[in-house]
Design a protein around this ligand. Structure first.
Ligand SMILES: Nc1ncnc2c1ncn2[C@@H]1O[C@H](COP(=O)(O)OP(=O)(O)OP(=O)(O)O)[C@@H](O)[C@H]1O
Length: 298
């Protein structure tokens, strides 16, 4: 009996250790991008963040739409400091972090500050470097990028380990997603991207969106596109947005909430790409630290 008790205690301690220990090879960083605006990037970033928390990953969400903050609005939060204050030297990056639902850590952007959407490359690089100074243990960081193909989108995508491209089944979204994939692969040297089809009616429609993009990309670009899955058109997303809550929180059984959990699970199964990639990366010190070469056991 005592033996059983102590082995259970050991198991509990190990489980607690697993839940709090940072992964040996540093946080996983996923950028969410789309080319076209309004296709669901922020919705996807926030809800994937919630799904990562459900999967016991300590998760941070960076609002990288620097001049048009979205995440705090989506979640009904009122941050007192944001990235513009960090750049002005008024506070540190750690001072800006606020807690969202279920302990989601959020780094808010500023809204309506034009200068923030016109930062220089060295300012972007400085911001990305500042993340290495954070002491909070983080397992996953999601980077919600701006719409378009700006320098900021390119730099944040390059600095992330995976780029998630969100696309809807309409010609403008497909065209802009293709333009984004082209710029990221050809000009930024990103060799693979992950596709999410949003607002589709059926799983088959999502697959079709992926197949269409793949067909063109295979012909003209040197890039690998993986399919992460689809998020259905879901009225529960619209309703939760009105309540300024993530759908996983407001309607955990909704079809879209299930889809977010599946996509998060797939993302965690992706083995990190190894080796230096020749450009600035988030948490680079942790990535090249001891154990960085070990395969991720997510
Ligand atoms: N699967 C879905 N089903 C129903 N509505 C959705 C879905 N995904 C997103 N929406 C709605 O679409 C609108 C745009 O979503 P969101 O703000 O996330 O897009 P975005 O790409 O981040 O936009 P921006 O380019 O302005 O940053 C929101 O009203 C959101 O609630």
């Amino acid at each position: 009996m005592p033996l059983l008790d102590s082995s259970k205690a050991v198991q509990r301690t190990q489980a607690a250790g697993l839940a709090t220990k940072p992964p040996a090879n540093g946080p996983r960083v996923f950028a969410v991008a789309s080319g076209k605006g309004g296709v669901g990037k922020s919705t996807i970033a926030v809800n994937l963040g919630m799904a990562m928390l459900e999967a016991q990953r300590r998760t941070m969400l960076l609002d990288a739409d620097l001049g048009l903050a979205n995440v705090d609005v989506l979640l009904g939060l009122q941050p007192s400091a944001n990235l513009s204050h960090v750049l002005e030297g008024k506070c540190t990056l750690a001072d800006t972090i606020i807690e969202g639902p279920n302990g989601l850590k959020i780094v808010p952007a500023s809204s309506g500050r034009r200068r923030m959407s016109e930062l220089t490359r060295s300012e972007h690089v400085g911001l990305i470097g500042a993340f290495s100074g954070l002491t909070d243990p983080i397992d996953v960081m999601l980077v919600d990028t701006a719409a378009g193909l700006s320098n900021s989108v390119q730099t944040f995508c390059q600095a992330s380990q995976e780029v998630l491209v969100v696309v809807c089944n309409d010609p403008a979204s497909l065209t802009d997603a293709y333009a984004l994939i082209k710029v990221l692969s050809r000009d930024c040297g990103i060799p693979r991207m992950q596709l999410i089809a949003n607002r589709v009616k059926t799983p088959g429609e999502g697959r079709e969106v992926y197949d269409n993009l793949c067909r063109v990309a295979d012909r003209f670009l040197d890039v690998t596109l993986n399919y992460l899955g689809h998020v259905p058109e879901d009225d529960k997303i619209v309703r939760s947005a009105r309540q300024q809550r993530p759908v996983l929180d407001a309607y955990p059984g909704a079809p879209s909430a299930q889809a977010f959990r599946q996509i998060a699970g797939k993302l965690l199964e992706i083995a990190p790409q190894r080796g230096a990639r020749g450009h600035i990366e988030f948490f680079v010190e942790r990535l090249v630290g001891p154990g960085a070469d070990m395969a991720m056991t997510a």
